[in-house]
Design a protein around this ligand. Sequence first.
Ligand code: ADP
Ligand code: MG
Length: 603
Amino acid sequence: MTEIDSSRRIRLLRDDVARKIAAGEVIDRPHAVVRELLDNALDAGAQNIQVHLESGGIKRIRMVDDGFGMDQEDLDLCWLPHATSKIETEDDLLSASTLGFRGEALASIATVSRLEIVSSQGPPAEASRLVVHGGQKLALEPWRGGRGTTVDVAELFYSLPARRKFLKSASAESAMCRLVLTDRALAFPKVEFRYFTDGNLKFFLPPTLEPGSDVGQRAFGNSVRQRLIHALPEVVHADFLHAIGGSGDGFSCSIVLETPDTFRNDRKYVQTFVNGRRIWEYSFVQAIEYAFEGYLPGGRYPVAFLFLTVDPRNVDFNIHPAKREARFRNLPEIHHRIVEIVRSFLLASARRSLTVGLPDRPQTLPDLAITRDRTPGSIPPAPAIRAEFPRASGAAELRERPDVVFDMNRKFSPGSPSRIRYLGQSMGLFLVAEVDSRLLMVDQHAAHERMLFDRFRMRAGVQNLLVPYAVEVEAEQSAQLRNRTDDLRSEGILIEPLSDVDIAEKLSTWQITAVPSSLSGALDTLAGGLTEISLGSGELTHDLYARMACRSALMDGDQVDPVTAVMLIENSLSLENPRCPHGRPIWHELSREALFALVGRTV
Ligand code: ADP
Ligand code: MG
């Protein structure tokens, strides 16, 4: 046997170096600290959680919770490696229902930052304070404070300069932290969250209300639905958002999803959660997409949030440092059930939209006649549809409005009524109809787009935002915005500068404080519009409404039921200038004469 000599290349690292490296794996950037501290607060049963960041968490992260707290003895142990109150034996690992269980988060944080924790289990117990810097305990002493825990993590990676270099800008780190917060907030909709950056409240999520008689799975789904409306107003459309659920052997699930009336071009909002954690499990995403097949055109993705509750014995989270992946015992079964639940929901909602107004003859419309009291040649006023504009907000609502019933037995009025005979959809895009003696081909996307656009424009009223929406803009745009604030105000958009230009980043922050009420669900688009659209001239809102209408309108290839089709045709005919918001014509017609001439006949 040879002796280990100093010329050997392989050496064992010193304990403290090894610990720092290991810590850097668990805690790689501020958002990992936020994730771990949120998990601890939620595991402690907190109902109210505040997250404070300074400089995107690089300078300081402070988490305040009202959970069950720790006594001085616990506090003395909590920061040591493998200190946990959540499991005791290897067997417990199989049944742990808490978010944490490895006892390594606080230890890692304590190694790479200046950590201070004040905690109390509530009166009559006293609070205590623990201070650990770079893995060295500096103090453990009685302190003031009520029930709950405040964890303060300052100067992250001060002891690990190599890691510090990999941090991004404060705003980028802060954005990542916010995503982590949103993930947890969706899974815990009854908990109240506040998110502050550099002393400003940026994000407030009130606890969702317990719906009276609702229990269990359904109540959870409804809570999540409410939370989504608060947490992602720029993503979800409340009108189309539904909560559904079901269960199987050893698991149950809630799915909060939008009907195929809306969709996205990316998979960003097909999200899956298991036992309170956001998980990247492709097979669940695939199950949801598979269920939507045939309901959405190719390349389009639904908005759907899946929350699975799985018996801890059937799932292993201990395979990824951030617990973002898990191993399931009964994956095919869960997959199958998800498809089943989503499919039956889609089928039911499609049926509902087809049969409204057509109780007797849901499938065929051989001769749907719509009468209009008008003089020949004038533009039909379409009063019924006009009156509905302020309430209709898209295809689903249109289809589901119980008052949209066409009176098929109505006799033609004297005079010359406009008579629409809907023939069907062609090439996945054109709604074809015979109107009087003309063959009409209506572009379904353009027609719907125009209808939504008019509705957005008609909805008057300015709405003050509960929490102002911050927008970062470049110096040049900032100057343009300054010149346009009055114009914007006249369009119902109130915007004010929050900061001067940051010399280093050449950015300045503005905040939107009020918007026209029809834009309140599209702040993201609005903010994008403020920074992208050339602010030279013209109405900013025209462009925004056009974009929103385009995004929500029926697309090429979408199936359209006959009732909706006729309504779109009617509406298109009633327009004085039948063009989409981008200026393209909505329909094209062939007269009887022209058609006959094409085949060499005389009329
Ligand atoms: P784990 O969460 O895996 O147990 P941590 O290192 O995150 O490991 O925390 C160690 C222990 O400290 C926890 O098991 C818990 O007992 C205690 N603890 C940490 N944060 C809190 C908190 N906010 N409220 C109450 N107890 C806490
Ligand atoms: Mg933990």
